[in-house]
Design a protein around this ligand. Structure first.
Ligand SMILES: Nc1ncnc2c1ncn2[C@@H]1O[C@H](COP(=O)(O)OP(=O)(O)OP(=O)(O)O)[C@@H](O)[C@H]1O
Ligand SMILES: CC(=O)C(=O)O
Ligand SMILES: [K+]
Ligand SMILES: [Mg+2]
Length: 505
């Protein structure tokens, strides 16, 4: 039986009830890419490592993937890997090698589609990746960098250049996203025509599939079609492969097709960074709530991402407001929280992760103690009898476990579906998900409340249970008399689908 050492230690130390249910994702960058740094993050509770293909070379990313795999095989972790595509929305170039540049108030800057020999840029110049930029932009337009971190006003057009004046000063980061606003409205005519998956993205996707990444997150999804297309591409490319596709909700277009997109995707991400650049900032919290809620109803895992601990890029403690923001995402019962710059290039990746962990734990406990979880209506997902039975069994198992105050729910699952159904019910106790393959185990590691184990099944359910009890007892993770609720979606000769309530012998 395989379980990671951190989950095992947490279970032993704090007891089942207080294990963390909210999963944690870290974006890997220069501040977190060595084997030792990755190990420290895994020890700190990282469930998924995210690779942003906007940055770094494929060789760099390959090295990180190898390190994570090595960590998993040598130290028993099940850290999953998520690859995040660049997408083709307008963004700036890489600042001629500088890690950031300061734009001062009223300073004049040039935004241009020129390329520069050797990548050396003249002073106060930004390259824009989009050839139509010089045609599209108009005098008087506002250029918004990174959702408002810096703003410029276009004062003059001059060939391929737009001369701009900085109206909101701040720090420019390499490859930052850029939006054009005219008379208070986002200019989207041409953006809407840009492909969601660019040629570079396709090559990156091939790379990700070859490396066997667990998740591919698609940036700036606009409609459900692109997700469907990618899913059939993946099936054709790697038959039997198990790469899941996550739709990043960050384009204003995606909000018009939210339900269709989430329905066809394997999960979603509330990518608040770019989303906040495309819709007014004050709308982001309600959109977040809506996406988290919808994902739960449709049984899709959901990630809340961006600026959770932005101040910790530079400082060792979070702001009160950041702690409140994390707590709210935990209270909404999203599956996972994600660090971006905090872990990729900040000064305190481990500290930031530790804040996510402790704040999540505290809020989860409070929700349980105060019994504040709203009962949300969970609509039926399927019309097929076998799946309807699985849904009803999961709902009943979760209810029974809550009423009986069981220590844990055990689920024996081949593809993980039954485990996701249980996670969707957000029961009070943790869910031990036993599965046969490494890839399913890694995939389940992103979902709320699931503690995935790898176990070789036998055909006889009773012997699976007895073996699990013995193994968990031997490792000091369970003791005689502990009450558990067990369900299974592995069809065996002796049992179709059932719920059992057992005391550990
Ligand atoms: N692989 C990498 N190499 C170098 N720097 C990186 C890498 N990944 C991230 N960074 C740095 O961390 C910052 C935040 O990274 P992140 O990937 O979260 O950006 P983001 O803007 O939130 O995501 P997206 O580009 O998908 O909208 C980046 O601006 C970049 O400076
Ligand atoms: C994560 C991401 O892509 C964003 O917040 O924009
Ligand atoms: K990206
Ligand atoms: Mg983004």
């Amino acid at each position: 039986m395989e379980i990671d050492s951190v989950s095992e230690a947490e279970l032993k130390e704090n007891g089942f009830r207080s294990t963390r249910r909210t999963k944690l994702i870290c974006t890997i960058g220069p501040a977190s890419c060595t084997f030792e740094q990755l190990e420290a993050l895994a020890m700190g509770g990282m469930n998924v490592a995210r690779l942003n293909m906007c940055h770094g070379t494929r060789e760099w990313h390959r090295e990180v993937i190898r390190n994570v795999r090595k960590l998993n095989s040598e130290k028993g972790f099940s850290v999953a890997i998520m690859m995040d595509t660049q997408g083709s929305e307008i963004h700036m170039g890489d600042l001629g090698g500088a890690s950031s540049l300061k734009a001062e108030i009223n300073q004049e800057w040039t935004f241009t589609v020129r390329t520069f020999d050797g990548g050396v840029l003249p002073e106060s110049t930004c390259v824009v990746n989009y050839d139509g930029f010089a045609e599209d932009v108009k005098v008087g337009d506002e250029l918004v960098v990174d959702g408002g971190m810096v703003r410029f006003e276009v004062v003059e057009k001059f060939g391929p250049d737009a001369k701009c004046k900085c109206t909101d000063p701040g720090r420019l980061l390499p490859r930052a996203n850029l939006t054009i606003w005219r008379e208070g409205r986002l200019v989207r005519e041409r953006n809407a025509m840009l492909p969601t998956i660019s040629s570079k993205d396709w090559i990156d996707i091939d790379f990700g599939l070859a490396e066997g990444v667990d998740f591919i997150a698609i940036s700036f999804v606009k409609t459900a079609d692109v997700i469907k297309h990618l899913k059939s591409y993946i099936t054709a490319r790697s038959p039997g492969g198990s790469t899941s596709v996550f739709a990043k909700i960050e384009s204003s277009d995606s909000l018009k097709h939210l339900e269709d997109i989430i329905q066809v995707a394997d999960g979603a991400m509330v990518a608040r960074g770019d989303l906040g650049a495309q819709i007014p900032l004050e709308q982001v919290p309600s959109v977040q709530h809506r996406i988290v809620h919808l994902c739960r109803q449709l049984n899709k895992p959901v990630i809340v991402a961006s600026q959770l601990l932005e101040s910790m890029i530079e400082y060792p403690t979070p702001t009160r407001a950041e702690v409140a923001d994390i707590s709210e995402a935990v209270r909404q019962r999203g599956d996972a929280l994600m660090l971006s710059g905090e872990s990729a290039m900040g000064l305190y990746p481990e500290k930031a992760l530790s804040v996510l962990r402790t704040v999540s734990l505290r809020m989860e406990r409070w929700c349980r103690e105060e019994k504040i979880h709203q009962t949300i209506r969970l609509p039926e997902l399927s019309t097929a009898l076998h799946e309807r039975i699985s849904e009803q069994i999961s709902i009943s198992a979760a209810q029974m476990a809550n009423k009986l105050e069981a220590e844990a729910i055990f689920v024996y699952t081949r593809q993980g579906y039954m485990a996701t159904l249980l996670s969707r019910c957000r029961p009070d106790c943790p869910i031990f998900a036993f599965t046969e393959t490494k890839s399913v185990r890694q995939r389940l590691n992103l979902q709320w409340g699931l503690i995935p184990f790898r176990l070789d099944f036998s055909d006889d359910m009773e012997s699976n249970l007895r073996r699990t009890f013995a193994l968990l007892k031997a490792r000091g993770m369970m003791k005689q008399g502990d009450l558990i609720v067990a369900v299974s979606d592995i069809s065996t000769a002796d049992m179709l689908q059932s719920i059992q309530v057992r005391k550990i012998p």
